[in-house]
Design a protein around this ligand. Structure first.
Ligand code: MN
Length: 730
C-alpha cells in the first residue's frame, strides 16, 4: 500500500498517459513508479522535498509534452535510480527488460559525461550523439530531465545554477531545436536566460505583463474577421494568439538594437486546422490575405518545402488594424504536433515501433554523419561546425533536374557539391547558378538552381575550407588535405633520401632536424612538401647542407678543411668570370643550369647560385628560393646577366582561364604556334562544363616573345585571364 498522496500522483500520471499515448502498459508504468518511489525513499532534493518528486515530474513531462511511449515513461521514472540509489542496472534489467535498462543506462552515461570535467566539450557532444543513435528516447528523456532541473534551479547554490544554465543554453537548447522540440527548446532557453541575465529577464517579462491586456485585445480584434470567414468556409480550426518567448525577444532587441516596443512580431497568431488536407491551409492563407494586406517578402511556404527537421507551416506577415504588423502561421494539427514536439511526434505517428520511419531516419543520419568523421576533426573543429549546423537557418536550392537540396544559410557551391556526392565535391572546379558561371565561393540563395562543373583532375584545396559551411563539406576537405600532405611528404622524403644517398652524404636525424629547423620550416612534413611542389630546389638545398656541415657556425668555422678552401677558390673564380656581366652563352665552358623552381627566360632579371657539383644555377631574381639563399648563403650568389645575343629556346608556362566553347582549345594552340613558330611542349586542360582552365608549357626566346603570345591569347573570345607560371608548384 502506498500513501494516498502518491496514489493520486500515480493516477494522474496514468490518466495523462491514457490521454496522450496510443497504447499504455499500465502495469509497466505502475511497477516503475513503485520501484522508483521505494528506491528514492531516503533521498531528498535540494528544495527539501522527497527526491521521488523529480523522476515523477520528469515522467509527467515525457507523458505530457513529449508524449512518447510507455517505455520512455517507465525509463523516466527510473532514470536516477542507478545513479543515486543502491539499485543496480542489472536489477532494472531483470525487472523491466532491455529497452528500459538501456535507456536508463544511456541517461546515466550522459549525466556522467557532464559531471566529469576531464572531457572536452566536443567529446561530450560526440558521446551525446552516440547515445542518441542507440535509442533516440535516451535523449528525449534527458531533455525532460534537464527541463525539470531547470524549472527547479533556484534551490541550487548560485555557482551550480549558472553552470547548469549555461550548459543548457549551449548544448541542450540547440539539441532540442535540432530535434524539433520547439516547446521544450523555448522553455529551456527562457529558464537559462532567467538565471544568466536576471535583470534583463525581469525587465522584459515585466513589460510584457504590463502590455498583456492591450495585446490580447488587439489580437482579438485582428482575428474576429478571420474566424468568421474560416467558419463560412466550413473549416475546422483553432486560432490562438501566440506568446513570444523572452529569450528570442531579447535576442531580437540585441540584433536590431531596438527597444521592446519596436520589435514588431510581438503580435503573432497561429491558425491550426483540423484536417488531413494540406490545401485547406492555403485556403486559410487566401482568407487572411484577403482581409489584411500581406508583406510579400515575409511569405514562407514550409508546407510544400518542409525544413530539414520536418517542420511544416505557412508563415506570413500582414498589416493588421492600426497599421501594425502581425505574423501569422497556418498549419494542420499534425504539422502543429511536429512543430511543437518534433522527432517525438514522428515517433508516435509511425505505424510500427520496430521500424523507423523515413523522417526519423533522416534525423539519425544527420547525427551519424556528424560523428562518422570522428577521427578526422579536432574537438575544436567538430564543436564549431556542429554548433553552426544546429542553429542555422536553411536555404532551398535545386539541382538542374529540379531535385531539392536543403542547405544551411550562407552555403556555397562547394557545400552543394558535397551534398550531391563526395566525389562531386572532390572534383568540382566551378558552378553555374541559374545558368551563369560563378566562383565557388558564391553564397547561394533560396530558389537558386545550381549546376556543378567538375573535372577529374581537380582536387580540394585549403582555400575551400574558408567558404564551405556544412560540416560534411568542411570535414571532407580537411580529410583530403591531410591525406594529400601526408602523401606529398612521403614523396618528398623519397626524393630527398635518394639525392642524399647519391651524393653519399650521411646525416644523423639530429643533424637533419637542425637543418630543417634552420630553414624555418614548421616541420619536416612541410619541408618534404616544399620539395615535391618545387618550392625549394633540392640540389641547392643539398649544397647548402654540405657547405654548412663544413662551415659549422661559430668558432669552429675558423678551421676550414682543405676541400673547403678549394671551394671558395671556385666561388671566387665564378665571381671573376661573371662579375656582373653577361656570362651565359659567352662562357659555354662554365657549367650552368636553369632552376626549375622559377624557369627564367631571357629578359627576366636573374642571379646565379654557385653549387659544388652542378656549376651555377640560374634563378629569377624574384624567385622565393633566391630570397632565402641571399640570407643564408649570400657569398655564393653571383651576379649574372643574359648575353646580348641568344638563339636558344627556353621553357616557360602559361595558365589560361576562360569560358569554354567549341574550338577554344584549337584557337589557343593556333594563336601560339602561328606566332614565330612557337613550340608547345605540353598542354594540360581542365575543361568540363563551361569553365576552361589550361596550362601550356612552351618554348620561347625571351620575355618579349612570351608577352606577345600572352597578348594574342588574351584577344581570343572567351578568355578571361592569361598568366605566366613558373614551376609545378604554382
Ligand atoms: Mn534526473
Amino acid at each position: 500500500m502506498i500513501d494516498s498522496i502518491y496514489q493520486k500522483k500515480l493516477n494522474d500520471l496514468l490518466a495523462v498517459c491514457r490521454k496522450n499515448l496510443r497504447s499504455v502498459d499500465e502495469d509497466l508504468i505502475t511497477r516503475a513508479f513503485m520501484l522508483s518511489l521505494e528506491a528514492h525513499k531516503n533521498n531528498l532534493r535540494a528544495s527539501g522535498e522527497p527526491y521521488f518528486i523529480h523522476p515523477f515530474e520528469v515522467a509527467m513531462i515525457v507523458a505530457k509534452e513529449i508524449a512518447l511511449d510507455d517505455v520512455s515513461i517507465a525509463s523516466a521514472l527510473l532514470h536516477d535510480v542507478v545513479e543515486d540509489t543502491d539499485f543496480e542496472l542489472k536489477d532494472i534489467r531483470a525487472e523491466f527488460g532491455d529497452a528500459v535498462a538501456d535507456i536508463v543506462n544511456g541517461i546515466t552515461k550522459i549525466t556522467d559525461i557532464f559531471e566529469s570535467h576531464e572531457v572536452t566539450q566536443a567529446e561530450s557532444y560526440r558521446k551525446l550523439l552516440l547515445s542518441m543513435v542507440g535509442d533516440i528516447r535516451v535523449m528525449l528523456v534527458k531533455f525532460a530531465d534537464r527541463l525539470h532541473n531547470m524549472r527547479t534551479l533556484e534551490y541550487l547554490p548560485p555557482e551550480k545554477r549558472l553552470r547548469l544554465a549555461k550548459e543548457t543554453l549551449d548544448i541542450y537548447a540547440p539539441f532540442a531545436h535540432r530535434f524539433g522540440l520547439a516547446q521544450i527548446k523555448w522553455e529551456l532557453e527562457d529558464l537559462s536566460f532567467k538565471h544568466l541575465h536576471v535583470q534583463e529577464y525581469e525587465k522584459i517579462s515585466r513589460q510584457l505583463r504590463s502590455k498583456r491586456r492591450e495585446r490580447e485585445h488587439y489580437i482579438n480584434r485582428f482575428v474576429q474577421p478571420i474566424k468568421k470567414r474560416l467558419a463560412e468556409e466550413k473549416l475546422n480550426f483553432e486560432v490562438a494568439g501566440r506568446a513570444k518567448h523572452i529569450f528570442s525577444i531579447y535576442n531580437k532587441m540585441l540584433k536590431r538594437n531596438k527597444p521592446l516596443e519596436e520589435i514588431y512580431d510581438l503580435f503573432a497568431v497561429r491558425i491550426i486546422i483540423d484536417t488531413k488536407d494540406n490545401s485547406e491551409c492555403f485556403i486559410a492563407y487566401s482568407i487572411v490575405t484577403e482581409i489584411y494586406k500581406p508583406i510579400p517578402e515575409r511569405f514562407k511556404d514550409y508546407i510544400s518545402v518542409p525544413k530539414k527537421n520536418g517542420y511544416q507551416s505557412i508563415h506570413t506577415t500582414v498589416i493588421g488594424p492600426d497599421g501594425r504588423m502581425v505574423e501569422v502561421q497556418i498549419r494542420t494539427r499534425a504539422m502543429h504536433d511536429v512543430a511543437e514536439r518534433g522527432v517525438a511526434a514522428h515517433w508516435i505517428y509511425k505505424e510500427n515501433n520496430a521500424s523507423l520511419d523515413e523522417e526519423l531516419e533522416g534525423w539519425i543520419n544527420w547525427v551519424r554523419e556528424i560523428f562518422e568523421q570522428k577521427n578526422d576533426d579536432t574537438p575544436k573543429e567538430l564543436m564549431e561546425s556542429f554548433k553552426l549546423n544546429l542553429y542555422q537557418d536553411e536555404i532551398y536550392v535545386f539541382t538542374p533536374k529540379g531535385d531539392l537540396k536543403i542547405l544551411p544559410q550562407n552555403s556555397t557551391p562547394i557545400d552543394f557539391a558535397f551534398e550531391i556526392h563526395t566525389n562531386v565535391g572532390y572534383h568540382c572546379i566551378g558552378a553555374k547558378v541559374n545558368g551563369r558561371i560563378v566562383p565557388l565561393s558564391t553564397i547561394l540563395r533560396s530558389g537558386d538552381q545550381v549546376e556543378i562543373i567538375s573535372s577529374k583532375n581537380q582536387t580540394p584545396n585549403a582555400g575551400w575550407e574558408q567558404f564551405a559551411v556544412t560540416h560534411k563539406a568542411k570535414s571532407h576537405i580537411r580529410r583530403f588535405i591531410r591525406e594529400e600532405s601526408r602523401k606529398f611528404a612521403e614523396e618528398g622524403k623519397e626524393t630527398w633520401e635518394k639525392k642524399i644517398k647519391r651524393r653519399k652524404i650521411s646525416m644523423s636525424k639530429e643533424e637533419f632536424d637542425k637543418f630543417v629547423h634552420s630553414l624555418k620550416y614548421a616541420d619536416i612534413q612541410e619541408f618534404y612538401s616544399a620539395i615535391v611542389s618545387q618550392k625549394i630546389d633540392v640540389d641547392t638545398l643539398i649544397e647548402q647542407y654540405v657547405i654548412r656541415s663544413k662551415h659549422p657556425v661559430g668558432e669552429e668555422a675558423a678551421e676550414a678543411p682543405d676541400s673547403d678552401s678549394l671551394f671558395s677558390k671556385f666561388i671566387n673564380t665564378a665571381r671573376d668570370l661573371t662579375s656582373g656581366i653577361s656570362v651565359l652563352g659567352m662562357n659555354d665552358n662554365f657549367m650552368h643550369q636553369y632552376a626549375k623552381c622559377c624557369n627564367p627566360i631571357p629578359g627576366d632579371d636573374i642571379v646565379g647560385f654557385v653549387t659544388t657539383g652542378e656549376g651555377i644555377k640560374i634563378h629569377r631574381k624574384d624567385c622565393k628560393n633566391v630570397l632565402s639563399l641571399r640570407l643564408a648563403e649570400s657569398e655564393r650568389i653571383v651576379e649574372v646577366g643574359w648575353p646580348s645575343e641568344h638563339n636558344a629556346d627556353y621553357i616557360t608556362g602559361i595558365h589560361i582561364h576562360g569560358e569554354d566553347r567549341p574550338a577554344l582549345l584549337s584557337d589557343i594552340t593556333h594563336a601560339i604556334s602561328t606566332y614565330k613558330n612557337t613550340n608547345i611542349r605540353s598542354v594540360n586542360v581542365d575543361s568540363h562544363g563551361s569553365a576552361f582552365d589550361g596550362r601550356f608549357v612552351l618554348y620561347v626566346k625571351d620575355t618579349d616573345h612570351l608577352s606577345r603570345i600572352i597578348e594574342k591569347i588574351k584577344n581570343i573570345p572567351g578568355i578571361d585571364s592569361v598568366e605566366r607560371f613558373a614551376g609545378k608548384g604554382e
